[in-house]
Write a protein that binds this ligand. Structure first.
Ligand code: SF4
Ligand code: SF4
Length: 82
């Protein structure tokens, strides 16, 4: 899963781009729900939030490192295919 750092400027650009509905406004900045973030696996070749973020404040979440198979399983779970 990915993580939004506190450099986020709340520009609202990433939220509608997430195919999994994983991004929402938190207490002070946008946040990614790691349980819903597949790093865009199953939907796109690249993490879409990372592509559109103008300040590059989206990074890998060190507490939620997953390999491609795990991300694909999460995609299948979220889409009801599993
Ligand atoms: Fe959503 Fe993809 Fe960003 Fe994860 S990497 S939060 S799935 S847009
Ligand atoms: Fe924050 Fe980047 Fe998302 Fe804009 S695109 S709300 S700066 S994480």
């Amino acid at each position: 899963a990915l993580l939004i750092t506190d450099e986020c400027i709340n520009c609202d650009v990433c939220e509608p781009e997430c195919p999994n509905g994983a991004i929402a406004m938190g207490e002070s900045i946008y946040e990614i729900d790691p349980a819903r973030c597949t790093e865009c696996v199953g939907h796109h070749d690249e993490p879409q939030c990372k592509v559109v973020c103008p300040v590059e404040c989206i990074e890998f979440n060190p507490a939620w490192r997953e390999d491609q198979d795990q991300l694909m399983d999460k995609y299948r779970l979220l889409t009801g295919l599993l």
